[in-house]
Unconditional design. Structure first.
Length: 161
């Protein structure tokens, strides 16, 4: 019976240490071979935490790796080149996102977001900006969400189709 292991690893930098090594050791698979395969598949997400689903068959020692999308917060941190979100989101702002950047993040996360349209997916991304202390177009993200709903950014969304 296949064992499923779900972990969060640094893109392209997984190691045989925790959490992978202790989880894989009892299954009898070649840990370094698995780690190398994970690093190969997550190389494009360097500097981000990436969810990994690892399915291992302990009898045959075969394994399958499914790479998830990094959390929206990790994509925003990467997009803005900031170290982390704000610890005091009301008073300390750590970055400013543009609508095209928000669209880019929404496209990267499109399968994981619940919105039916690109506009709704972007509004979800802006919701994450609120909790991280990131402004959008120099404004509170909630103001921009309302502006998107009112159609003020339709020209940008129409270009993106």
């Amino acid at each position: 019976m296949a064992q499923v292991i779900e972990v969060l690893v640094d893109g392209g930098k997984a190691s045989a240490g925790p959490p992978l090594g202790p989880a894989l050791g009892p299954l009898g698979v070649n840990v370094m071979k698995v780690v190398q395969a994970i690093n190969e598949k997550t190389r494009d997400f360097s500097g981000m935490k990436v969810p990994i689903k690892l399915t291992v068959d302990p009898k045959t020692k075969d394994f399958e790796i499914t790479v998830g999308t990094p959390p929206t917060s990790a994509l925003l941190i990467s997009e803005l080149g900031i170290a982390k979100g704000s610890g005091d989101m009301k008073n300390v702002k750590v970055g400013n996102l543009t609508i095209p950047q928000a669209i880019k993040v929404a496209r990267m996360k499109q399968d994981a977001l619940l919105g039916a349209t690109l506009k709704k997916k972007v509004k979800e991304v802006l919701g994450t900006c609120v909790s991280m202390g990131i402004t959008v177009e120099g404004q509170d993200p909630r103001v921009v969400q309302k502006a998107i709903e009112a159609g003020e950014y339709d020209a940008i969304f129409n270009k993106e189709k």
